[in-house]
Design a protein around this ligand. Structure first.
Ligand code: CTP
Length: 228
């Protein structure tokens, strides 16, 4: 830990996957382990912030000093995050499902005799990160994550601009030793006029280094306010 204090600041972090139910026994999920988001919440608490962690379905211990709210679906994560605003910093580290079944079947969906295909109708979920960044009581700093298989900088900078973020931490997924299930990762953090590569390193170390950047950006924003 670098020791740079976040005392007095309220930080909301979302982490893990979301599960979108199809019927009482099936869901659409993804491979997010939640490790990066939990490490981010732990790093913020270690720097003295008041931290709320909105967690999708993961089997990870709650970091010391962190208030945890467990959710399952994208809709529940959306409601839980907005219930925690206002905040000074929002970090969206969750792998939120982009689509959810239009209807959840009340009973288990059975195979249909003579039919080889099944079509599920999916509808877009709310973009929690973009909505937080556009909210009337927008946190001073809104940070996103981007997991990409290719064109990492292009897609990450696109999300930075389109979602009106202050920082975006991007990583390449689909390569061994980094990404979803690993304890290690490598991130490149982008902002409007800069970038910094972090790692490869344990996610706990990356989370701490991410907060070095967060503190720098907060100081920069405060400086601009003082000297318009
Ligand atoms: N995100 C969100 N709500 C969603 C989808 C994404 O808050 N419904 C957030 C994620 O938490 C992450 C960022 O947006 O911080 C980028 O997520 P990602 O899945 O990489 O991007 P998408 O915007 O979903 O775009 P695409 O799937 O097309 O790459």
């Amino acid at each position: 830990m670098s020791g740079t204090s976040l005392a007095g600041l309220r930080v909301v972090v979302s982490a893990g996957p979301t599960y979108e139910d199809i019927d009482p026994v099936r869901f659409i999920g993804n491979r997010s382990s939640g490790k990066m988001g939990f490490a981010v919440a732990a790093a913020a608490a270690q720097r003295g912030a008041q931290v709320v962690l909105v967690a999708g379905p993961v089997s990870l211990a709650t970091p010391a000093g962190v208030t945890r709210i467990d959710v399952r679906s994208a809709a529940q994560m959306h409601a839980a995050v907005f219930a925690q605003l206002p905040a000074d910093i929002y970090i969206g580290a969750a792998a939120v499902a982009d689509y959810s079944p239009r209807e959840v079947a009340t009973g288990k969906i059975k195979k249909q005799a003579g039919r080889d295909t099944l079509t599920l109708e999916l509808v877009r979920t709310p973009d929690i990160l973009a909505e937080v960044a556009a909210h009337a009581s927008r946190p001073r700093l809104v940070v996103g994550f981007a997991a990409e298989t290719d064109n990492v900088e292009g897609y990450a900078r696109g999300k930075l601009a389109n979602k009106r973020l202050d920082l975006i931490a991007a990583n390449r997924v689909g390569i061994a030793g980094s990404g979803f299930e690993s304890d290690d990762n490598a991130l490149t953090v982008y902002w409007s006029d800069g970038a910094r590569a972090l790692g490869p390193a344990p996610k706990t170390q990356l989370a701490d280094e991410l907060f070095d950047l967060v503190v720098e950006r907060l100081a920069g924003a405060a400086g601009k306010e003082r000297h318009p």
